[in-house]
Design a protein around this ligand. Sequence first.
Ligand SMILES: *[C@@H]1O[C@H](CO)[C@@H](O)[C@H](O)[C@H]1NC(C)=O
Ligand SMILES: *[C@@H]1O[C@H](CO)[C@@H](O)[C@H](O)[C@H]1NC(C)=O
Ligand SMILES: *[C@@H]1O[C@H](CO)[C@@H](O)[C@H](O)[C@H]1NC(C)=O
Ligand SMILES: *[C@@H]1O[C@H](CO)[C@@H](O)[C@H](O)[C@H]1NC(C)=O
Ligand SMILES: *[C@@H]1O[C@H](CO)[C@@H](O)[C@H](O)[C@H]1NC(C)=O
Length: 450
Amino acid sequence: MKLLTSFAVIGLALLSEIQVVLGAPATTCKTPKHTSTPKYTHTPKHTSKTSKTTAKHASLSLSAKVIITSATSKPLVSPIACPAPTVSLGGGGPFATRQGRMFNIQSKTQFFAGTNSWWLSQLQSNADVNTVFSQLALTQFIVTRVWGFSETNNAAAPQNPNYFQVLNSTGQYFNCDPNNGIGRLDYVVSTAEAKGVKLVIPLLNNYGDLGGIPAYTAAFACNSTSFYTDTQCQSAYKNYVEFIVSRYKASPAIFSWELANEPRCSTCPTSVITNWATSISAYIKSLDSNHMVALGDEGWFDTAGIGDGSYAYSGYEGVDFVKNLAISTLDYGTFHCYPDQWGYNNTWPNEWIVQHNAVGNTAGKPVVFEEYGSTNTADHQLLMTPWQQTVLQNTSVAYDSFWQFGTQPLSINPFDNYAVYYNTTTGSDYQVLGYQHAAAMLAKNPVANQ
Ligand SMILES: *[C@@H]1O[C@H](CO)[C@@H](O)[C@H](O)[C@H]1NC(C)=O
Ligand SMILES: *[C@@H]1O[C@H](CO)[C@@H](O)[C@H](O)[C@H]1NC(C)=O
Ligand SMILES: *[C@@H]1O[C@H](CO)[C@@H](O)[C@H](O)[C@H]1NC(C)=O
Ligand SMILES: *[C@@H]1O[C@H](CO)[C@@H](O)[C@H](O)[C@H]1NC(C)=O
Ligand SMILES: *[C@@H]1O[C@H](CO)[C@@H](O)[C@H](O)[C@H]1NC(C)=O
């Protein structure tokens, strides 16, 4: 999802979001309800820590420069790798694989549950990372989803605590810094290996949170729709993909690479994203044959006979779930659900889940209910339990992962009203939506095939 908040101004951002949603009749739900433009404003503590680190390493860390030539000249040169990780990383398999409509992890084919914790790669405290992975492992979450991207256009004033590349008019620069650059993602991958939790890693954001496509369009001569076809923007994106995928391709902690978080090409023909997904997924497979690849999209439909033609079924966002699932180099399909942002009621997600499961069944591929949630903090359990029951009882959805995992205290506060906070109290939201659901998914008969 697009992040609704910043590290600091949580209450305000959510209040305006809720007002926008309530004020909009469902029939006008043709455009995303994300009108705010969140920026990463850190807590005071974090800000001072970040600026010190940045100043100290500024001259050392941005050593991996890629020369960006003009849009029409020869392709960009390959990126210069950052120094090897200093933490223990990689050791070969067993790697997570697709097994029919399910996944095989460490020689077991089973249904399971997971979560989203995009901000793990923005933490600067190793203790915070350790705490989170311990809690995820205790819950029996098998996977978590973490942003594997973070761009800035200006290294002197990065909007994020950690950034992995700088994009500007003179080039593309990878941030090799152990304290606020790629070293932080190294630590996340290394800790995931140690704790036995797998990572789904998107390599780009559709939105400007942590840079994303807007950081590419600000630096180079493409826009939000031409991004997917523009030679220069695609060269820069592929350089970044190569940088990350090559770095972790031996790590058994990687569950899958995702092309992007929620790629959209609003009002474009769906062939734009289908062609892009075909080409980039094949490119990733050529770099790394060990790991699975997924698109990371919201699962929008554009197929006659599925749904009622309303927003989610109209292809408006330029995504066709059925066509994309047929791409041979995509291992599984993803779908998200935010009824209160998309103008649907709270029972509609059950239909949405069953519809994606049916398409997965026809295609013979796993489908994953990758993000779902509600901003209604008082009713997380009441609203989300039926959706989890539909996954469990009515489908062979391989796994589901709610948006988003929360825990406190951390040295930053990246949470929104969707967060379900780690809690061991009987009957708490986390006990029901986390612990109990994860156990129920693991207990589900692996031969079930709906
Ligand atoms: C682009 O970013 C790099 C790395 O921070 C910096 O060295 C360079 O001066 C920047 N170029 C411009 C035009 O700001
Ligand atoms: C993006 O750029 C393309 C190609 O230059 C142009 O046709 C299109 O109108 C632009 N779209 C937007 C939203 O600016
Ligand atoms: C919820 O939305 C679905 C699909 O749009 C519709 O079929 C159903 O009747 C709605 N339920 C309620 C209680 O309004
Ligand atoms: C799930 O299965 C139950 C029991 O068969 C059924 O009553 C319910 O309508 C199904 N839900 C959906 C969304 O298909
Ligand atoms: C845990 O959940 C209980 C019950 O919902 C709640 O009263 C308590 O405040 C929660 N504790 C934490 C640390 O969030």
